[in-house]
Design a protein. Structure first.
Length: 432
């Protein structure tokens, strides 16, 4: 509660003299009358902790009393019998600290008034057409009142700019949650190394992850787990997770929990039978060295582009050494020949969203890392089974290693450092 009100206070001063309007994520039908699991918009949750659908949050830096207003679903004993408890307008004030709360059905009539007095309207126009219509009608209503002398918003500002900049820098309280999420994901990865063996289906490992996440109170995985054995490890977003793994194959698992609305994002790749083959080991060692170099680089002042290039250089050297990429090194780098086997970026921001918000570029240039930012470092090498240019013994091998890194004043902290990662540690963990 304290942290939510501090976030609102910080944002209120950043948007002055303005008003910010955020809508909750709409519910989504899965099929017929069944809905997808509901998850609140990260932005709305960040400022309120309120997790119900059909919610609109208004923050006004110019209002005297009603600086923080919530429109919510009202209490309704009959609906609550079907769908569960609601906070209602009373709960929105009492438990979530709103200065005022109204039933969501009153949004269209009340919103124009709430926009008055502010010269700037902060809103993420274009994300959702129906919400845009509601907002623009309210803005027009405010403008009509302006004819009678009221101040109304004449500038529309993308609400995401200031809000996402704030979300990019994690507070100690947020970092505590992220460390705990990393720990839980680590426990699951270590358990998977022990449990996987020839004859086990990928879905059993998928279930193991989901079970461990839930047992620790995580709401859900931060994204759909990827459990890819054999050639499935070379499919970047493999999600079927339904194949029986075989002796002599690698298993690539990209899975992380979401805890209290914060994501972890971890990949480990290990041999199903507990021992890397010479070819698997050669590829793995290159990815590991690339990750080491990238983590060393991921410090304040460096850019994500530099982190990526650091990983790509190590991978390029390694692949030239194995005869998988043609040298010389300088030409290979210039032509980005590594992209045949390392086709994604090394990093993204991590936070409430797995691919978290926050600008990557400033004035067209990659921005330098600063303390408080959290990023992933996740190099990989994926040699398709159809890669006719590659020696046959390397085809079908996919390796990614992904860790979560906090930039600090003195360097960085790998939040997922306890999860087995070196060849020896991984083989030991596999053998229980
Ligand atoms: N799990 C998504 C990613 O690694 O970016
Ligand atoms: Mn990632
Ligand atoms: Mn991942």
């Amino acid at each position: 509660m304290q942290s939510f009100s501090e976030r609102r206070a910080r944002l209120l001063s950043a948007i002055h003299p303005g008003v910010l309007v955020l809508f909750s994520t709409p519910t989504a039908i899965r099929n017929n009358d069944v809905e997808h699991e509901y998850r609140q918009s990260s932005d709305l949750f960040y400022l309120s902790g309120f997790d119900e659908p059909e919610t609109v949050l208004v923050l006004s830096s110019v209002a005297e009393k009603e600086k923080f207003v919530l429109f919510v679903r009202p209490r309704d004993p009959e609906r609550e019998t079907w769908d569960g408890r609601r906070a209602g307008v009373e709960g929105a004030v009492k438990d979530f600290g709103a200065d005022a709360a109204y039933p969501i059905a009153e949004l269209a009539t009340r919103l124009p008034e709430l926009l008055l007095g502010a010269s700037e309207l902060h809103y993420a126009l274009g994300r959702h057409r129906q919400q845009d219509d509601t907002l623009l009608a309210a803005l027009d209503g405010a403008r009509r009142r302006g004819r009678r002398g009221a101040v109304y918003p004449t500038r529309l500002v993308d609400a995401e700019v200031k809000l996402h900049e704030a979300r990019l820098f994690k507070t100690p309280e947020e970092l505590d949650i992220m460390r705990r999420a990393a720990q839980i994901s680590g426990e699951a990865h270590a358990a998977a190394m022990k449990s996987a063996k020839p004859g086990v289906n990928e879905w059993e490992i998928d279930a193991l992850f989901r079970g461990i996440f839930r047992r620790h109170g995580c709401e859900r995985p931060a994204y759909e787990p990827i459990v890819g054995s054999g050639v499935n490890a070379t499919i970047l977003h493999y999600r079927k997770n339904n194949r029986v793994m075989q002796d002599g194959e690698l298993l690539l698992i990209d899975a992380g929990c979401e805890l209290d609305y914060y994501a972890s994002d971890v990949t480990r790749t290990f041999p199903v039978n507990g021992r890397f083959s010479p070819e698997q080991r050669a590829i793995y060692e290159i990815v590991l060295a690339a990750q080491d170099r990238a983590i060393e680089t991921a410090k304040a002042g460096a850019t994500l582009d530099e982190v990526h290039v650091a990983s790509a250089e190590v991978i390029t050297h390694g692949l030239i050494g194995l005869g998988l990429v043609e040298g010389p090194f300088e030409d290979a780098m210039k032509e980005q020949r590594y992209k045949t086997f390392y086709m994604h970026k090394c990093s993204h921001w991590l936070g409430m969203d797995v691919h978290d918000v926050g600008a990557y570029y400033r004035d067209g240039k990659a921005r330098p890392l600063e303390p408080g930012m959290v990023l992933t470092v996740e190099p990989g090498i994926y040699i398709s089974e159809n890669a006719t240019g590659a020696a046959e013994r390397y085809r079908g091998i996919g390796v990614r290693i992904e860790d979560d890194v906090l930039v600090t004043e003195s360097g960085n902290e790998v939040l997922t450092a306890d999860i087995p990662r070196t060849v020896d540690a991984v083989e030991r963990a596999c053998q229980g």
